[in-house]
Design a protein around this ligand. Structure first.
Ligand SMILES: *[C@@H]1O[C@H](CO)[C@@H](O)[C@H](O)[C@H]1NC(C)=O
Ligand SMILES: *[C@@H]1O[C@H](CO)[C@@H](O)[C@H](O)[C@H]1NC(C)=O
Length: 480
């Protein structure tokens, strides 16, 4: 007689054990003391999407982010779980041929509508980005207050697209973001025990340098980057390319790695496609036939996480349930692509070329083109001169460009790197988005033991004054 309740209890416990494994059924309160830790709520998917640039010539970064937002919403993520950082100066920019609309591919639909303005304008900054990752509302300045308020079972997806350079990522505001600080924040997030796994997709020039030799295993983080540590990443759907944007667009619509992962995700059932399958496919498309116009997609961190399905991070659009992954890239590779660093010149040139002779638009475009060019020459020449002043003619040029063996971080002393960059900018003006390409030279100076005083003296000699172009303004760059 007494045995029935016991059998019943055992059966109930077995059901509860398997339920606990599924992680979403709650235990009846009387039974919960048998299980440590108690079962928790279903995992939540969180995302941070960030475009690190502004300016119409950088249309593609904010366009990428808007596209990513639409993708995640179609996948089933809630608006409250997606934190968006974008300067928001594109949709209603006077250069935009379709006011209020942003597209991410030549025949693409509007991706701007409905994107939340969590952090726009100057609220797109390093401090708020870190606060959002850490879920620390009291560290925020401005913005909607949305942060990744995640729990131990949750999955986090971070997607960053912008210009970069060795060891740094751009921001529309000053200062830029240093790799070492980002890695510290990720370690802190891990230590707080507020996620199960985190996937980081990163598009920027030299983006491999953000994680190489820096991101340890064991943080449950899997990262892929658009490029290795020593090459550019590429804009795509640019004027003059095939496929090209509609003729009225004088700017690139997307970035090659970014549109590769998003267009793949748009098509497939992400319940069955793994991160690794996507990595292989994106790698193949981004290398672009191994020619001049492509880069090497890299992976870092806990590689075994890439066996997970994309569904865990991106959800999946129910309309794609019947489109399972095929190991072949059906997407058209671009005929060529534009080096991210030259995409601003492509914009100014296209604008200049198309403007009617004698129009004020032509005059403005010419001025913009010349300013961008002269900034580049100023930065390149100043760096060369600083190298020579510090190390002599031969050793100087070697130190400017030497690259550490693969697997090693860019620099050992990140504070030195920050100090030398700041010192240079004080005398020579902002590096701005183009000048980030010289970060490796600064890192090499640090690795060779150059001190702030030496840098100050060399910079003062190399740069008699700060040029008056907007690119050199100290409101851009690292100083702040
Ligand atoms: C959150 O940010 C504030 C302000 O920067 C800081 O004082 C505090 O320690 C942070 N909290 C956590 C849990 O890191
Ligand atoms: C997928 O295929 C099944 C069987 O053919 C069909 O019933 C279902 O409607 C399809 N789903 C979608 C989203 O097209």
């Amino acid at each position: 007689m007494d045995r029935f309740p016991i059998v019943f209890l055992i059966a109930t416990l077995l059901t509860l054990v398997s339920a606990a494994r599924d992680d979403f059924l709650r235990l009846p309160s009387e039974a919960s003391r048998f299980f440590q830790p108690p079962a928790t709520d279903q995992a939540t998917r969180w995302a941070i999407l960030i475009a690190g640039s502004n300016g119409y010539w950088n249309y593609r970064h904010q366009s990428d982010v808007c596209h990513a937002y639409q993708l995640l919403r179609k996948g089933g993520l809630k608006e409250e779980n997606i934190v968006v950082f974008m300067y928001d100066d594109i949709a209603f920019n006077e250069e935009n041929p379709r006011p209020g609309v942003i597209i991410n591919s030549p025949h693409g639909n509007d991706v701007y509508e409905g994107v939340p303005k969590d952090y726009v304008g100057d609220d797109v900054n390093v401090n708020n980005f870190f606060a959002a990752i850490l879920g620390n509302k009291s560290a925020l300045t401005g913005g909607s207050g949305k942060v990744v308020d995640s729990g131990p079972n949750d999955h986090i997806f971070i997607y960053y697209t912008d210009h970069g350079g060795p060891g740094v990522l751009g921001m529309p505001t000053s200062p830029y973001l240093y790799a070492s600080d980002l890695i510290e924040v990720l370690k802190k997030k891990h230590a707080s025990g507020t996620y199960k796994s985190l996937v980081f997709y990163l598009e920027a020039c030299e983006s491999g340098s953000i994680f190489e030799g820096l991101l340890p295993e064991g943080l449950n983080i899997y990262a892929t980057t658009a490029a290795n540590a020593k090459e550019s990443s590429w804009g795509t759907y640019c004027p003059g390319e095939y496929p090209s944007p509609p003729p009225e667009y004088e700017t690139c619509l997307g970035d090659l790695y970014s549109v590769s992962w998003m267009e793949d995700s748009d098509m497939h059932n992400l319940r069955t496609e793994t991160l690794h399958q996507q990595y292989e496919l994106v790698k193949q498309r981004t290398i672009n036939g191994n020619g001049m116009y492509g880069s090497h997609v890299m992976q870092f961190g806990d590689i075994e996480l890439s066996m997970n399905n994309l569904f865990l991070y991106l959800g999946s659009n129910p309309a794609n349930d019947n489109f399972t992954f095929v190991d072949k890239n059906s997407l058209v590779p671009p005929s060529k692509a534009v080096n991210q660093r030259d995409a601003d010149l492509v914009h100014f040139w296209d604008k200049f070329r198309k403007a009617p002779v004698g129009s004020s638009r032509k005059i403005v475009a010419e001025k913009q083109l010349l300013e961008a060019m002269s900034h580049r020459m100023h930065i390149d020449d100043s760096m060369k001169l600083v190298g020579k002043l510090l190390f002599g003619i031969e050793k100087g040029s070697e130190l400017l460009s030497s690259i550490r063996p693969a697997g090693q971080p860019l620099v050992d002393d990140w504070d030195c790197l920050k100090t030398l960059v700041r010192t240079f900018e004080t005398h020579c003006g902002s590096l701005s988005q183009y000048g980030m390409k010289h970060m490796r030279s600064f890192a090499n100076f640090c690795n060779a033991g150059i001190q702030k005083e030496q840098m100050a003296e060399a910079s003062a000699q190399a740069c008699v004054s700060i040029p008056a172009t907007p690119w050199s303004s100290l409101h851009r760059g690292f100083s702040a």
